[in-house]
Design a protein around this ligand. Structure first.
Ligand code: BT5
Length: 259
């Protein structure tokens, strides 16, 4: 029901308590970016049972059957610069990894730059968008779509290389509980975004869960691609790849795990 948040005990977290839950939206990221422009407070969380225009990166589409995924976006207003935005998505990704383990018993990994995967099948995708970068406190909207239920096995899921929590755990997963766990895991990470060392620690923690590291990868850039071994994330979350042509630092791109 629009505007109605999940019931939860008071006092466990001070931020991320304003949860706006909609039956249907175009895109939770788009809604929250517009709300942010109108002055919406940091910590606002928006959820939709169904998205009519769910978005991935680079104009791609996020597909989800009504009620089958946790589709949510969270607004941050951290004091950081453009090169440090990855740390915000890292905080959300780490919290989502915690939540899927706590609620579904699923130990997932991160695939650089923005996926949660289990055995290379995509469980969730993260979309981080900003406005006002360079203004001191940009609005950063981090959206995540986690596949909870899904018609598995199905042609869509197979074509997407997707997986879902109910398929993996063999039991019903409550989306509200998943959201609550994720927000509880996010609350203690939020203060880390205010300091350089805290941001770097979030990126390091994510690197520790990133299954891309150590893998042979093909990196697909806007106009070229190359292969190599992904060796690490730098302090700001860029992927370091050692290839035939030497060491490359990748800040934007897609990665295919080769083996
Ligand atoms: C992402 O983009 O993975 C980011 C997805 C973010 C979705 C959330 S839902 C809540 C919030 N509101 C939004 O409008 N978006 C965010 P990208 O890395 O570009 O991957 C997109 C690609 O993943 C698509 O081109 C498909 O190949 C694949 N895909 C689409 N839907 C999928 C699904 N449900 N499960 C797995 N893969 C999917």
């Amino acid at each position: 029901m629009p505007g109605e948040g999940p019931r939860r005990p008071e006092g466990r977290r001070s931020m991320f308590t304003d949860v706006r839950w909609f039956a249907e939206l175009g895109s939770t990221n788009t809604w929250l970016l517009e709300a942010a422009a109108a002055g919406c407070a940091e910590g606002t969380v928006v959820v939709a049972d169904r998205q009519l225009a769910g978005r991935g990166r680079l104009g791609r589409v996020w597909t989800s059957e009504p009620g089958s995924g946790l589709l949510t976006s969270i607004l941050f207003r951290p004091a950081l610069g453009a090169s440090e935005l990855f740390s915000v998505a890292a905080a959300v990704t780490l919290s989502a990894l915690d939540a899927v383990e706590a609620v579904a018993g699923v130990r997932a990994g991160a695939k650089w730059p923005n996926d949660l995967v289990v055995d290379d099948a995509k469980l969730a995708g993260v979309l981080s968008e900003t406005s006002g970068v360079g203004s001191g406190r940009p609005a950063v909207v981090v959206g995540i779509g986690i596949n909870v239920g899904w018609p598995m096995p199905g042609p869509d899921a197979e074509a997407l290389g997707a997986t879902c929590l109910e398929g993996l755990s063999g039991r019903h997963i409550d989306r509200r509980e998943l959201l609550e766990q994720m927000l509880d895991a996010l609350a203690p990470r939020r203060p880390l975004l205010e300091e350089a060392e805290g941001r770097a620690s979030l990126v390091r923690d994510l690197a520790g869960r990133t299954v891309t590291i150590g893998r042979a990868v093909r990196v697909e850039l806007a106009d070229a691609s190359f292969s190599g071994i992904a060796t690490e994330l730098d302090d700001t979350g860029r992927l370091i790849v050692e290839g035939a042509a030497g060491r490359r630092v990748v800040s934007v791109g897609d990665v295919v795990h080769l083996r």
